[in-house]
Design a protein around this ligand. Structure first.
Ligand code: A2P
Length: 324
């Protein structure tokens, strides 16, 4: 089904209540997923994933770096065993970390994630960040080029280990470099970046849409309560403009932020470990923000990143993707 979203033509298919984006690989990605990067206590992420799937989430976002793959794998396996969901109904995203960017390390890294998740394919496998590191703890960066990593990622598709490949935290120039690389076989299916009401990323979003690359927003609420969040950054969920828009529709600020993203045409992976909030975040498909409210939301953009702390140490590296 073709739906017009904010004047942008996108291909959406309704899967239950949650619309999907048709990726350039031909697979469908549900537009609402569960983010799983946090400082979890034991079992917390597994319980959140179980609650989310039972509420109706089908897209689960993880990464080698989050250290949540094993617990997510166990939780999903239990649900499959109990007949609550089938593997084929799920869309599992994970990411390769910078210590495995050298081409010969890419397949072993993918197999490590598959083993941790206890799955035989990954729906979307992404380069987590464009900068490479010598080791897991990021003691030093290297000059391994993400274009060479991409060539090795393409082979994973051909081997059937992953269905789609993508990138995360890439800027427009870096996407362009991949699109223009010699012998490109598969375009990135998705770029996962920070998008919030205060960081609209309109340029990157439009460039990606034009080039058939879908976008996913991480940390859509500005990661309240997370230790990696920029200190003293404003709390987006308390923004009076967003609260006011929400009141018009009888929705919370969180729901307005998610709905705003859906109407702009990107997927979102908010995090929550609380079943009531997991359900609230899913309850965004029975209303539509008016054009005026969409414009009001877009005007909140001020180019403010709050998820910088994990990456700022690499700001002098030529592949550092953010503003300096
Ligand atoms: P909790 O796990 O207690 O629900 P982000 O996705 O931007 O990183 O934000 C994640 C944070 O936002 C989590 O700490 C989560 O807390 C909180 N959160 C998730 N959903 C909601 C909601 N609907 N209302 C308020 N806070 C929320």
């Amino acid at each position: 089904m073709q739906v017009i979203v904010s004047g942008v033509r996108s291909f959406f298919k309704m899967a239950g209540k949650v619309p999907s984006i048709r990726l350039n690989s031909g697979y469908d990605m549900p537009m609402l997923g569960l983010g799983t990067y946090n400082n979890f206590k034991p079992n917390e992420v597994g319980d959140a994933v179980k609650a989310a799937i039972q509420i109706g989430y089908r897209h689960i976002d993880t990464a080698w770096r989050y250290e949540t793959e094993p617990e997510i794998g166990v939780a999903i396996k239990e649900l499959i065993k109990e007949g609550k969901v089938k593997r084929s109904e799920l869309f599992i995203v994970t990411k390769i970390w910078g210590h495995c960017h050298e081409p010969h390390k890419v397949e072993p890294a993918c197999r490590e994630s598959l083993e941790a998740l206890d799955m035989d394919y990954i729906d979307l496998y992404m380069i987590h960040f464009p900068v490479a590191y010598v080791d897991k703890v990021r003691s030093k960066t290297t000059m391994t080029d993400y274009v060479d990593t991409w060539r090795a990622m393409e082979k994973l598709v051909d081997k059937g280990l992953v269905r789609s490949i993508g990138v995360s935290n890439f800027n427009k120039q870096q996407l362009e470099r991949i699109l223009k690389m010699d012998g490109l076989k598969y375009k990135p299916a998705n770029n996962q970046v920070e998008i919030t009401p205060y960081l609209a990323q309109e340029d990157l979003l439009q460039f990606s849409l034009k080039n058939g690359i879908s976008t996913t927003a991480y940390g859509p609420f500005g990661a309240p309560g997370q230790i990696y969040r920029t200190k003293n950054a404003p709390m987006f969920l308390d923004d009076p403009t967003i609260v006011k828009v929400g009141k018009k529709y009888g929705k919370s600020s969180a729901q307005v932020i998610l709905r705003y993203g859906i109407q702009r045409g990107y997927a979102l992976v908010p995090k929550s470990t609380n079943p009531a909030r997991l359900a609230q975040n899913m309850d965004i498909f029975d209303f539509k923000l008016s054009e005026v409210d969409m414009k009001t939301m877009l005007l909140l953009d001020r180019g403010l990143r709050v998820n910088l702390q994990n990456f700022i140490a690499y700001k002098d590296h030529p592949f550092y993707p953010f503003e300096k």
